[in-house]
Ligand binder design. Structure first.
Ligand code: ZN
Ligand code: ZN
Length: 446
């Protein structure tokens, strides 16, 4: 039976590689993937799929019914690119480039969709398969996404989080996706990865002539510098086991060189291995930012938003996926269940409410998010990835979906419901002018 599904993916090989070529050369960042959606949707519809669109943002889903009752399995392909203006293949206008390899994911998912349409492939399976072309995994262009949030287009910055909040996955039992990563003909799956809080930080000072009357100004750039230094002084208090990462950038540093800067803007994440430690360390970071403003009579507006929840790869799903991986590459090329990634993904949000995995299919080279990143071996990164996903689906859903049911019986999602999950992360949202100057000359910090 597995030979039939592997042959079905082989029949889709040209379609997969053509999609990787096209998507690599037409990159679009998160919530802007309209052309990517058009390309993919035409091909899904050409295969006979009926698509349900998110409509006000890019993204669509389709459902495949095996005709027999059973669990509902969701498979993602991410559509969005990064921005890396110095990458030789970057779009000359937008700087967009698939430096995280999401083009390969979307190509593989299209191949999976084609394979599932081949005669006989679904015969031994039970349950339903949902395929989702999902937008906006990379947490970038935060200012623009905040605009989308404020005008009501989205509630959350990550595409999977947004779709989860819209109820698109309410009836889903388990989920997986295969990201690109590592050398050709390898597969790996960590135990999990960090989550994060997103931060917009705006220091406010008082502008004044930088030469003539600096004594009348309050320098927002100096306050921001103190803030960055204070964060650096906190680093040795971060516990190694919690994988805390804080990496601010200055996005606005002053207007006119002959005026004391009265506004300086920063963005940052605070990443960590659990929501508890992220919230704890984020409070320390906010205190450091505020105290630095207070030190020179400035102020700072702190805006925190939910980022992504730490990813917990479901152990039973990992074990089954490893069997599929070992059918495609030598045993020593498969690594699962160990290691921790300090990056973040909105697959973490999915894993918070249902069993889910986010393994990596090899075939890329260079530094992830860097200017030398390439999908060096599309046969491995796209075609083998599609084969592994097809095998995993078959293993989960054959024999009356026995393995999928075993995953569900063993699963311990962190939150009892999608609602409980959103109740928790919504508490992260905060907008606050942090320093209160009291009448008696004292200051109050958050
Ligand atoms: Zn990435
Ligand atoms: Zn990625």
């Amino acid at each position: 039976m597995s030979q039939l599904i592997l042959s079905a993916v082989d029949l889709a090989r040209d379609r997969i590689l053509a999609a990787q070529d096209y998507l690599w050369t037409h990159p679009e960042t998160g919530y802007r993937e309209w052309n990517t959606q058009k390309y993919l949707a035409e091909r899904y519809e050409g295969l006979g799929y009926r698509l349900v669109y998110a409509e006000n943002v890019p993204g669509f889903m389709t459902e495949i019914d095996t005709g027999r009752p059973g669990p509902r399995v969701l498979v993602f392909g991410e559509m969005d690119s990064l921005i890396c203006t110095t990458h030789p293949d970057a779009d000359p206008v937008t700087g967009a480039v698939h430096a995280c390899g999401h083009s390969a994911q979307s190509a593989a998912l299209l191949g999976l969709a084609a394979a599932l349409k081949e005669p006989g492939v679904l015969d031994g399976m039970s349950g339903k398969i949902l395929l989702c072309a999902v937008p906006a995994e990379e947490l970038i262009e935060l200012g623009w996404r905040e605009t989308l949030r404020q005008n009501g287009t989205i509630k959350y910055f990550g595409g999977k989080t947004e779709f989860l909040s819209r109820g698109y996955f309410d009836d889903v039992d388990l989920a997986f996706m295969f990201h690109s990563g590592g050398a050709a003909h390898t597969f790996h799956c960590n135990a999990g990865s960090n989550g994060c809080v997103l931060k917009n930080i705006t220091y406010e000072g008082v502008a004044s002539h930088a030469g003539g009357s600096p004594e009348n100004g309050i320098n927002a750039l100096y306050a921001a510098n103190l803030g960055l230094t204070a964060i650096n002084a906190l680093r040795e208090t971060f516990r190694d086991s919690e994988h805390i990462r804080v990496h601010p950038i200055i996005t606005y540093g002053g207007t006119a060189v002959n005026a004391i800067p009265n506004k300086v803007a920063l963005e940052s994440y605070v990443r960590g291995a659990t929501l508890e430690c992220i919230n704890r360390e984020n409070k320390k970071v906010n205190r450091a930012l505020a105290a630095s403003a207070a030190a020179i009579g400035a102020n700072v507006v702190l805006s925190d938003r939910p980022g992504y929840t730490p990813l917990a790869n479901d152990p039973t799903l990992v074990e089954i996926a490893a069997r599929a991986m070992r059918m495609l590459v030598p045993e020593e090329n498969v690594t699962t269940g160990t290691g921790w990634s300090t990056g973040c993904t909105d697959m973490g949000d999915i894993s918070a409410v249902m069993p889910a995995i986010h393994p990596y299919a090899g075939g890329v080279s260079g530094r992830g998010h860097g200017e030398d990143y390439r999908v060096a071996d599309p046969e491995s990164a796209c075609v083998d990835s599609a084969k592994c996903q097809a095998l995993l689906l078959e293993m989960l859903l054959k024999d009356d979906a026995a393995e999928a049911k075993r995953v569900l019986a063993n699963a311990k999602p962190r939150y009892p419901s999608i609602r409980a999950y959103f109740d928790e992360i919504d508490r992260i949202t905060m907008d606050k002018k942090a320093v209160v100057y009291n009448e008696d000359g004292s200051v109050t910090l958050p």
